[in-house]
Structures are given as structure tokens and as C-alpha cells.
Write a protein that binds this ligand. Structure first.
Ligand code: IMP
Ligand code: MG
Length: 176
């Protein structure tokens, strides 16, 4: 198989939209302290870029979650590979996701995090594929709604590769 990546969202468009999301978050959390939960590994670029423009005091923590095998479709099994290091009880928690596809990962995560009694629990995702949704999940902040493409770059991977691309790309697989 030959792998080909075409640009879907370029660097400038990404940065501009992330700044807009940060402005919205700054307004909504004014006077509060924010607790960002970055879902590893895909959300790491987005979380760091977003955090640069957030002006309310914030804490960052990381949770390692795996829902895909090495293929293009979710395995359906969600495993927590690394838990948070800071207790979220009573905190204003904002979960940062790279992409919401079926919604199963997020739905599982939200259910689990809610039990830890945060003061509030919201979701911010860079990308959303609404046509692929299988479980209802509430998203407070979304960067871009996209079609059902397989996305790589800016943190997102195919078999652990392409995360380092500075843009959002569509992966096409072609026979040799
Ligand atoms: P869901 O549980 O089906 O919503 O899948 C969510 C997770 O699967 C995301 O956090 C990503 O890690 C991964 N994922 C979903 N769609 C894509 C994609 O197009 N490219 C890369 N990873 C994806
Ligand atoms: Mg992810």
C-alpha cells in the first residue's frame, strides 16, 4: 500500500481557529481556574497550542487512552494506559480531545471522570466527524467539523506515524 497525505487544514487556519477557541474559553472561565486534561497522545499538539492563548490560571494534566489498533477503525476497546496525576475533585475540568469519531472514547471517559466529582466537566475537541457518531456526547468547544476522512497530523497518527505534521491532512491508501 502506498500512503499519501493531502492537506485539509493548513497551519495558519489551524492557529487562527485555536486562538478563537481560546478567546471563547477565556470568556467562559473568567475568574475561574481551569484544569486541562489532555488525552494522549493525539491531543498533545492541540492542548499545547491552545494553552498558549488561555489567559485564566491553568493546570495541565495528561491521560493516556487507547482506542484504535493500528488500523483505520476504532477497535471498540478503550484502555486507560496512563491515569491523571492530579485529583480533579472540585475542579473546573476541560477535557481536550483531538477528534471525536464514534464518540465511544469520549463517552467512556466522561462517565469515568464524572465519578471523580469535578465542579464542572466540559469537552473541547479540535475536530469532529459528526456523521460517524454512534454515541451521544456533548461537546462545548469544537475547532472544525469535518467529513468522514481518516486524518493525520498535528498530533493525529496512522499506526503511530505522521503525528509531527504541522497541518491536518487526509490519509489516502492506494494499491502499489
Ligand atoms: P471514537 O471513540 O470513535 O470517537 O474515536 C476517538 C479516538 O480515535 C480519537 O481520540 C483518536 O485518537 C482516534 N481517531 C478517530 N478518528 C481518527 C482519525 O481520523 N485519525 C486518527 N485518529 C483518529
Ligand atoms: Mg485521541
Amino acid at each position: 500500500m502506498k500512503e499519501q497525505v493531502s492537506v485539509l487544514i493548513g497551519e495558519e487556519e489551524l492557529t487562527n481557529r485555536i486562538k478563537e477557541l481560546a478567546d471563547q474559553i477565556n470568556r467562559d472561565y473568567e475568574g475561574k481556574k481551569l484544569h486541562l486534561v489532555c488525552i494522549l497522545k493525539g491531543s498533545v499538539f492541540f492542548t499545547c497550542e491552545l494553552a498558549k492563548y488561555i489567559k485564566v490560571p491553568l493546570v495541565m494534566d495528561f491521560m493516556g487512552v487507547s482506542s484504535y489498533g493500528d488500523g483505520l477503525k476504532s477497535s471498540g476497546y478503550i484502555t486507560i494506559e496512563q491515569d491523571l496525576t492530579i485529583d480533579i475533585k472540585g475542579r473546573e475540568v476541560l477535557v481536550i480531545e483531538d477528534i471525536v469519531d464514534s464518540g465511544r472514547t469520549l463517552s467512556y471517559l466522561m462517565h469515568m471522570l464524572k465519578k471523580r466529582e469535578p465542579a464542572s466537566l466540559e469537552v473541547c475537541t479540535l475536530l469532529d466527524k459528526p456523521s460517524c457518531r454512534e454515541t451521544d456526547v456533548q461537546i462545548s468547544y469544537c475547532g472544525f467539523d469535518i467529513e468522514d476522512h481518516f486524518i493525520v497530523g498535528f498530533g493525529l497518527d496512522y499506526a503511530q506515524r505522521y503525528r509531527n505534521l504541522p497541518y491536518i491532512g487526509v490519509l489516502n491508501l492506494k494499491e502499489d
